[in-house]
Design a protein around this ligand. Structure first.
Ligand SMILES: C[S@@+](CC[C@H](N)C(=O)[O-])C[C@H]1O[C@@H](n2cnc3c(N)ncnc32)[C@H](O)[C@@H]1O
Length: 183
């Protein structure tokens, strides 16, 4: 597990080497309405300060992000974390951001274009519990502040593992303070 602290937020990352899933969560609660505590604007403004520059290379290492890889970022929202991951590809590879909200996906596409990352990024509508991809499609799968809001985060992790190639890394970042399901 890796942790960074900046701007008063503590972000934790669980990174699972393929086939080893260690998890400690309470499941079966209601889906968490994240927009009650976080506005859509927060997804962009807050994220700018979340990761200190010196932490980012370590983050890429934990996430298994390298040039030439294909990565899926599940629950991508407006795509701020997807863009961070895309920069780690250093011009070669692809990040597919997946979200169930079409409005956020439209914003994500526009932001990627504004930041000159369109070549490296695609966005797709889909459900984290039933990802619209075949088995072993991606070199790595990420998510950022998604698991903590899902009613059944384990189901999502199993689905991420399904679409990740053998030897790939399934990772999940979450805000400890705002994730009701994590113990
Ligand atoms: C707290 S936001 C995080 C967005 C982004 N990862 C970030 O860190 O800025 C959670 C996102 O998960 C999406 N989401 C929630 N449930 C989902 C599901 N079942 N399938 C796909 N996306 C989902 C929401 O639409 C929202 O964009």
């Amino acid at each position: 597990m890796a942790a960074s602290q900046s701007g008063g937020l503590i972000e934790s990352f669980l990174c699972f080497p393929h086939n080893i899933v260690m998890i400690s969560m309470v499941i079966g609660k209601d889906e968490f309405d994240w927009q009650r505590v976080q506005s859509v604007e927060d997804l962009e403004l807050g994220r700018e300060y979340l990761f200190r520059p010196e932490f980012v290379p370590l983050l890429y290492s934990y996430l298994g992000v390298r040039p030439g890889l294909t990565v899926a970022d599940i629950g991508c929202g407006t795509g701020s974390f997807s863009r961070l991951v895309a920069r780690g590809l250093r011009g070669k590879g692809k990040v597919i951001g997946v979200d169930s909200d079409q409005t956020l996906l439209r914003i994500a596409g526009n932001r990627a274009e504004q930041e000159g990352l369109s070549e490296l990024l695609e966005f797709k509508c889909g459900d984290a519990y039933s990802l619209p991809f075949g088995d072993e499609t991606f070199d790595a799968t990420t998510s950022h502040t998604l698991l903590g809001i899902l009613r059944d985060p384990t189901k999502c992790i199993i689905e991420k593992k399904r679409v990740t190639k053998q030897g790939g890394i399934v990772s999940a970042g979450f805000d400890k303070k705002k994730s009701p399901h994590f113990s």
